[in-house]
Design a protein around this ligand. Structure first.
Ligand SMILES: Nc1ncnc2c1ncn2[C@@H]1O[C@H](COP(=O)(O)OP(=O)(O)O)[C@@H](O)[C@H]1O
Ligand SMILES: [Mg+2]
Length: 106
């Protein structure tokens, strides 16, 4: 791609997401660089929407790291490595930089 750079715009590392006992995302990682266009393809119900919602902090994750524009999204790391969700105010500020069109957007 002509204008692609090495700059990471979205970085998701080893994302784990469950709804109750149902594990949806089991260690998913993704890197998107500036100028890249990336498409997620998979069977219905495989977790595509859930993954995107996690990037946007519309879902809690059980493990993993998310960075957008080089900034950690919504979580801070405790000294023992566990994750603490950021304040809603900070999260709302970060979400403002991310667009999402829902499948049933009405
Ligand atoms: N809020 C929720 N509570 C419980 N299960 C959910 C919830 N949202 C999605 N799921 C389940 O997570 C799985 C992945 O769904 P989803 O991310 O919508 O898949 P896709 O977008 O790939 O079709 C499905 O089994 C779905 O039923
Ligand atoms: Mg979907």
């Amino acid at each position: 791609m002509a204008h692609q750079s090495e700059e990471l715009i979205i970085e998701a590392l080893d994302i784990h997401k469950s709804f109750g006992t149902l594990q949806i995302l089991n260690g998913i990682s993704l890197q998107v660089r500036r100028g890249e266009v990336v498409v997620l393809i998979g069977a219905s119900g495989s977790g595509k929407t859930t993954f995107i919602r996690c990037i946007n902090l519309l879902e809690d994750i059980q493990a993993g790291r998310i960075r957008v524009n080089g900034r950690a999204m919504g979580y801070r790391e405790r000294s023992d490595g566990s994750l603490v969700r950021d304040s809603e105010r900070n999260i709302a500020r970060q979400r403002r930089d991310i667009g999402m069109v829902f499948q049933r957007f009405n």
